[in-house]
Structure formats: C-alpha cells, structure tokens
Design a protein around this ligand. Sequence first.
Ligand code: NAD
Ligand code: DAU
Length: 357
Amino acid sequence: MKVLVTGGAGFIGSAVCRHLVKNSSDRVVNVDKLTYAGNLESLKTLSGNADYAFYKADICDQKKMLEIMRNEDIDAIMHLAAESHVDRSIDGPGAFIETNIVGTFRLLNAALEYWRGLGGKRQQEFRFHHISTDEVFGDLPFDSGIFTEVTPYAPSSPYSASKAASDHLVRAWHETYGLPVVLSNCSNNYGPYHFPEKLIPLVILNALHERALPVYGRGENVRDWLHVNDHARALEMVMKDGAIGESYNIGGNAERTNLSVVETICSVLDKKRPRAGGRKYADLITFVADRPGHDRRYAIDASKIEKELGWNPQETFESGITSTIDWYLDNEWWWRPIRNKNYAGERLGVQPAGKRS
Ligand code: NAD
Ligand code: DAU
C-alpha cells in the first residue's frame, strides 16, 4: 500500500512512519507542516529509505493535498496532523481551530475528490483513517465509568472541542458523501521522541536538571497511559482491517494518577541516576495551580479493538516507563536542542482570557 501519513514528524506520527517502514511493505508518504512540534530528527533512521518520502506542507492547503495524493497514487490516509497540546490550546485556541477543524475539512475535501477519481477495486479499498483522542468524551468521575465507542461526546478544552469537531466532520463525510472512513480514539501516549513539554518527558528532564517537577492541582487526575509503539501497531490494524464507518477506542489499561506517574519516574531515576548527597528526586515535586477545565479522569475500554482486530498492548506501564526513561538518558542529542529552543521553565496554559487568540 501507499500510505499518506499527515503529521508524521510529530510524536505519534513519527512512530507510525518508523513502524510501517520497518514492519510492512508499505510506502510511507509523510506530509507535515513542521510546526514547533514537528521534528525530522525523529525520522533520521528513515532517511534515504526508498519506501519513505517527506513533503513539507500544510493540511489546510487543499490543492497541495490533492496534488500529493495524485502524485503518490495514495491507497490510504492516516490523519494525525493536529495541534495537540491542551495547555497551548488554553493560551491560543486559534491554531487549534485552524488546523484541527479547518485543516481536517480541507483534507477531507481533497480526499473525497481524489477518491471519486479512483476506479473499481482501488476506490473500494481506499481508507481515510482519522486519529483522535479519548479527550472528546470529557470528564469521568474518579470512582466509576469508562469510555466506550458509544460514550457521548463532552469535550472540555479548546483542544478536545476541536478534535471532537474534526471527528464529527469525518463521520459526516462518510454519511453524506460515502468517503470510506475509519476512526480511532486513544488515551495518553508516552515513549521515545515525546515533545519535552508534555508531562512524562518534562518530569524526566526537569529531574535531570534539578528543576521543580510541576504537578497540577493535587496530582489526583487520572490518565490511562499507552506506549506509543503499541499505539502505532493498533493504528496499522485499524487502517488495514477496521470496518468502514466504525470507530475503535485504544488504551493501555494503565490508569494512574498524575502524582503516581511522577513518583514512579522519580523512583526509577533514584536507581539509575542517583542525586548527590542521597537526596530523592521526589523532593523536587511541586504542586502548582490546576489546569483550567482539567478533566478528572480518562479511562478507555479497548475491548472492541481487542476482540475484533486482535490487538493487545505489549508494554505494561512499568516496562514502558523504564525503557522510556532509558531512552531520554541515552538520547540527549534529540531532546537537548528542543528543550533549549522551547523550554524556559515557563508555565503553559494559565493565560488570562483576554490574551486568547
Ligand atoms: P504532535 O503535536 O507531536 O504532532 C503533530 C504533528 O502535526 C507535528 O509534526 C506538526 O508539525 C504537524 N502539524 C500541525 N499542524 C499541521 C498542519 N496544519 N499541516 C500539517 N502538519 C501539521 O502530536 P501527537 O502527540 O503526535 O498526536 C498526533 C495525533 O494523535 C493528533 O491528532 C492527536 O490529537 C492524536 N492523539 C494524541 C495523543 C497523545 O497522547 N499524544 C493521544 C490520542 C490522540
Ligand atoms: O488523553 C489523550 C491526550 O493526551 C491527547 O489527546 C493530547 O494530544 C496529549 O497532549 C495528551 O494530553 P494531556 O493534557 O493529558 O497531556 P499532558 O502531558 O499535557 O498532561 C498529562 C496530565 O498531566 C494532565 O492531567 C495534566 C498533567 N500535567 C501536565 C503537565 C505538562 C501536570 O500535572 N504537570 C505538567 O507540567
């Protein structure tokens, strides 16, 4: 297959590109605008590979998207390009509306025109796979509930609202125009090449720099963590074997409070890179003002993808967090330039309302 991956220079997109090139005979065409979150260094292992191509382009550019689909004779689209950081969506929702909603609309239009021009079997087999998030389902109580594929949408943040809108557009292009789509909604990913301002890499790197480890509120919020390589495998299965018009929830069955995630990282680092004078990394934990609109708990019921497509996560949170910490200890060449350029220790996501754009 010739697979167009949007957002392939991001955290999950780059894992998908590396996974497909390594484990399938597919040709991978990566289309990415290279925002602050896009990094071609994450794809270094693919450079020069005949099964991989990169285009620097914006998904909002409908004409360019159609041109790439035609030039590359695409069989399937995996749409990951997005503005993805909740805290940044609180400071500046505009880019989220532009890329996640308008960009998805333009990409759908290009895909529809391209798909209509395909003949017979290729038209039947074409897929538009939209990659989305559990955050569209909103807030669960601490002690009950789980997200299934039929949980009603109730997004809380500008980010999750923009992703919910994009999910609705994708379903509408299927129902109204017949575009063969499939969707997936995943929980929090972690692993190598994760942008250093997200919780897990931020805590690892702040600890190594002897900086405060910021925990929002009391650290009681719960996220359901999944290793990015397990997600990449799931996405290949959904794209190739998922039923048209269906959505699949993907999660690692690894609910943890934020505080317990941070404490786990601290205790692994205590063993691997002990602080001077017998001090503990957990002493750096600092409780800071909560995120506005902070959803309490996310939890994914992944039984549909497990039963129907035979997917299961291979990593436990304990094995995955240890190998992730090892990766950050071994790959300073990757994170050092990003951290120097993007992270001055400032708190994101607490801008007063008047500054929103
Ligand atoms: P990311 O921010 O690391 O990567 C996004 C990529 O999209 C970047 O390479 C960026 O340059 C590119 N991009 C942004 N705007 C673009 C545009 N207009 N045109 C072309 N490219 C553009 O995000 P991620 O964490 O890899 O997430 C990928 C997808 O998975 C997103 O759609 C996100 O909503 C979804 N998702 C993420 C998680 C998670 O835990 N990270 C969980 C569930 C779902
Ligand atoms: O649930 C899936 C989502 O996971 C994806 O859709 C998003 O694209 C992805 O960015 C991620 O969103 P989160 O907001 O959950 O990720 P983040 O790493 O920013 O935060 C994880 C949790 O940790 C969240 O409850 C907020 C908290 N947090 C975050 C940061 C950056 C802290 O306590 N301190 C921090 O410094």
